[in-house]
Design a protein around this ligand. Structure first.
Ligand code: NAD
Length: 328
């Protein structure tokens, strides 16, 4: 099946990015969320993403300009590159405008999915919320609709049956800041149809992702199988009072030459999702509970939700870890 119409459920950190990137690449996109108030917020998030994309492309144009007019460019070498690249970047700027105009918003699930070829679910990382959602969705979505979960840590087989269409259910997992961290991990479960798997791989390629195809189910896919334990290890050090979070980040950055440590990454992830993941772990392993409580009491309850809120562990737009003195 060729995917044309995409509905994204959940307009938070990841849902808004998935929706915008899909529209940017020419798909018809509808965003669904629980109520109109949340959708009003989503419209602002889409505007912010549009500004970020414009800024990124303008930066690329400036770099091109430096190359072309700063004496680095040899016009005898690939003479058409200048026009081609400028045209592509200008087309991208037009696509941003188109993306903003083409996204529609709905808080009515039935109408939001009425013509969806693909529904991408990006609602909270909570089994009960996802179960309730898929139960309702399965009843109102047309039979053609493929369902894909963007869950970071939960397995598609946990929800496959409740969707009522296990063969059309799959996981499609994006990394945060999708426009530059452009991986899409695709993971079926034992009942996912092979053709559906291929359709989803093709869709991910069509929206500009590098596809990572998993051969079997794995909680956390490839990325989060490594990232979540890393982030939890950093958080545990902080929760136990071993060091402050800046010291933990600094240690990682100095020792590995990484641009960020775990707490800077958590700010990008968003502290609500970080909290959901740690709370899920705490159900199996109570030693995670103080960590969950710390994130809730010290950050979420104080409105420090991460980079999107202007403050999480760090304050934005100029977080301390980007200051050259931070590593001294
Ligand atoms: P978020 O908290 O930023 O957004 C969740 C959105 O879902 C909100 O807009 C909320 O109003 C909406 N919502 C809540 N209940 C709903 C329902 N019943 N139906 C429809 N919408 C509902 O969360 P997020 O960080 O965007 O994470 C969403 C999903 O994406 C999670 O499964 C998470 O694991 C996954 N994910 C997150 C990241 C990340 O870095 N934040 C990366 C990859 C995957």
């Amino acid at each position: 099946m060729t995917v044309k119409n995409v509905t994204v459920a959940g307009s938070g950190v990841l849902g808004s990015q998935i929706a915008f990137q899909s529209a940017f690449k020419g798909f018809n996109v509808t965003i669904y969320d629980i109520n109109d108030k949340t959708l009003e917020k989503a419209k602002q998030t889409i505007q912010n993403l549009s500004d970020i994309y414009t800024e990124e492309i303008s930066e690329q144009q400036k770099t091109m300009d430096k190359v072309l007019h700063g004496g680095v460019y040899n016009p005898n070498f690939l003479p058409d590159i200048k026009i081609a690249t400028f045209n592509e970047l200008n087309d991208d700027l037009k696509s941003i405008k188109h993306a903003k105009d083409i996204i529609s918003f709905s808080s009515d699930l039935k109408s939001a999915v009425s013509d969806a070829d693909l529904l991408i679910e990006a609602i909270p990382e909570n089994v009960e919320i996802k179960n309730n959602f898929y139960e309702k969705l399965g009843k109102v979505a047309p039979s053609k609709t493929i369902f894909a979960t963007n869950s970071s840590t939960l397995l598609p087989s946990m929800f496959a049956d409740i969707t009522g269409r296990p063969e059309k259910f799959i996981a499609l997992h994006f990394a945060n800041q999708i426009w530059k961290n452009n991986t899409a991990e695709i993971m079926g479960h034992s009942k996912t149809d092979k053709g559906i798997y291929e359709d989803v791989v093709q869709f991910a390629k069509d929206i500009g992702m590098i596809t990572i195809e998993l051969k079997k189910e794995q909680p956390g896919y490839i990325l989060n199988s490594m990232l979540v334990p890393f982030l939890s290890a950093g958080q545990a050090l902080y929760a136990k009072g071993v060091a402050d979070f800046e010291t933990i980040d600094k240690t990682w950055m100095l020792a590995t030459k990484a641009p960020m440590g775990p707490f800077a990454i958590l700010d990008i992830v968003g502290l609500k999702t970080a909290y959901d993941i740690v709370s899920n772990h705490a159900k199996d392993d109570p030693s995670f509970q103080p960590l969950a409580d710390m994130i809730k009491n010290e950050y979420i309850d104080k409105g420090k939700m991460g980079i999107a809120a202007g403050e999480g562990f760090y304050k934005y737009p100029n977080p301390a870890y980007t200051d050259p003195n931070f590593l001294s």
